[in-house]
Write a protein that binds this ligand. Structure first.
Ligand code: HEM
Length: 468
């Protein structure tokens, strides 16, 4: 299809009896011109990278006079995300502007003193030591899904992206807000978030026109309504907890208790709401996308699925897998890690330089955009053996990727605070569901990965589900 002379990129996918190269947009031969670049970027940020970017390198371009640097080698990733973290800790104006209305000064988009003070607090709330407690919620919510899937007529197409979004939203909602949130309030939050995401445009023209902070997003009536839906529910939960009511194991309760013990933190109702909303948002989309891509990959690689099933049988002897089994589920973990390599839910980590710097041999302007792109880094042909292939065995045993070449959770001081939560959740949900059901991508459906805020399949992922 052509749009003002712009050609929709072809999607590549290759499959044999014992190999699978999953869907990806065909890279353009060379860097697109400004007009095509803008159209292509707004349609799908994955299709703008020319073939030469799929190897480790550092490059730059200018968009309307604004310097944009591609940080795409292990050394340069280390430099930006670790060594010079303080100069590159700031999220891009696009990201900050797109999310500030919903998340305020929440950790995901804050920087400077606010980030420094809140990071240990949030990291502690979702720390790996707490994962076993939240693991019980993961087990029971997934068991409820097993019951629901049992009643799905075999052969009837189901959108597994929606299913996974419901699953992970329910898990994170119960973890953040507590088990007594109630179905109506949970639906309000989940729908409010999803509406917000569908309305928001993450391209900020103002930044490219010279405004270092970008232009604020226009807060139209539909956007305002979606934000009100979310804030109203969270504010009520926060006030209940501040008044001493509410679920004692919830993340909000942990935040409130911390504030009571350390009043100098200054977490008022707004700050508590912003952090709760941030954890909810950061923790739900990403895991849903991971699980959806894992279903797609396994559906096309039955030889891997066999290994996964044999391992689950060996570890559990047929009972439902639990959070305590996760360390033994090595194939499940390798499948999730390989899924995160091929389809990193946050495929572009965009940072804004505070001051002038030098990355590799490129002089960086103050306020320039530095793009660390897991999508291209994870497929660089000088860093990975057959990068386009789905090969979970590359993560088995002691095999580890080259340092700073594999960063689905980012890296450095701003690494995902919920990494262990997200990994455990993805492995456990996959193990529980795959033990009971065979999931296959609907016949004839053409998968196209697209990126706006996260990396997801365009139009969802229709599958058929049948009981084993
Ligand atoms: C497979 C699942 C997940 C993936 C792939 C993932 C990935 C990421 C990435 C790439 C970032 C950094 C973004 C950037 O630097 O621009 C991030 C940040 C964050 N994630 Fe996750 N995440 C996942 C699950 C979770 C979960 C389950 C939680 C909470 C329970 C969570 C909480 C956070 C928070 C709070 C931040 C902000 C950290 C900071 O800026 O200091 N994430 N995540």
């Amino acid at each position: 299809m052509f749009m003002f002379g712009f050609r929709e990129p072809e999607v590549l996918e290759r499959k044999g009896l014992d190999f699978f190269e999953p869907a990806r947009p065909k890279p353009p031969e060379k860097l697109l011109g400004l007009h095509d670049l803008i159209i292509s970027a707004r349609r799908n940020l994955l299709s703008v990278w020319p073939a030469a970017d799929y190897r480790s390198s550092v490059g730059q371009t200018r968009i309307l006079g604004r310097q944009v640097i591609l940080v795409n080698s292990p050394e340069s990733v280390k430099y930006v995300m670790h060594t010079r973290h303080e100069n590159f800790e700031r999220k891009s104006p696009q990201m900050r502007r797109a999310l500030e209305y919903l998340l305020g000064d929440g950790l995901f988009i804050s920087d400077g003193e606010t980030w420094k003070m809140r990071r240990p607090l949030v990291a502690d709330i979702v720390h790996k030591n707490r994962v076993p407690t939240f693991g019980r919620t993961m087990e029971s919510v997934t068991a409820e899904m097993v019951e629901r899937w049992r009643t799905t007529p075999a052969g009837q197409p189901v959108n597994v992206l929606t299913e996974m979004a419901e699953l992970t939203a329910e898990i994170i909602a119960r973890a953040v807000f507590g088990n007594d949130l109630g179905a109506t309030a949970a639906t309000e939050v989940i729908e409010g978030f999803s509406r917000y995401q569908s309305l928001i445009d993450s391209f900020n023209l103002g930044y490219f026109l010279g405004a270092d902070e970008g232009f604020p997003v226009i807060r139209g009536p539909r956007l305002r309504k979606s934000v009100k839906r979310v804030h109203k529910v969270i504010d009520k939960v926060v006030s209940d907890h501040l008044a001493g009511h509410g679920d004692h194991d919830s993340m909000i309760e942990l935040l409130v208790r911390r504030q009571k013990r350390n009043p100098e933190l200054g977490l008022d109702v707004n700050a508590l709401r912003n952090e709760a909303a941030t954890i909810f948002m950061a923790g739900h989309e990403t895991t849903a996308a991971t699980l959806t891509w894992a279903w797609y990959l396994l559906s096309n690689a039955p030889w891997v699925e066999e290994q996964v099933l044999a391992e689950i049988e060996k570890v559990t002897g047929g009972r439902q897998p639990g959070v305590a089994d996760v360390p033994q589920l090595e194939w499940c973990r390798a499948v999730i890690e390989e899924t995160l390599r091929l389809y990193p839910p946050v495929p572009i980590l965009a940072r804004q330089a505070r001051e002038a710097d030098r990355i590799g041999n490129i002089d960086v302007d103050p306020a320039a955009l530095a793009l660390v792109v897991p999508w291209t880094l994870h497929r660089a042909d000088d860093l990975w053996d057959r990068p386009e292939r789905f090969m979970p065995e590359r993560f088995l045993g002691d095999k580890r990727p080259i340092p700073y070449s594999y960063i689905p959770f980012a890296i450095g001081p701003r690494i995902c605070a919920g990494m262990n939560f997200g990994l455990t959740e993805s492995i456990l949900c996959l193990a529980i569901l795959i033990q009971r059901f065979r999931v296959r991508v609907a016949e004839g459906f053409k998968v196209e990965p697209v990126c706006r805020l996260t990396l997801r399949p365009r139009g969802g992922m229709p599958v058929t589900i049948s009981a084993r």
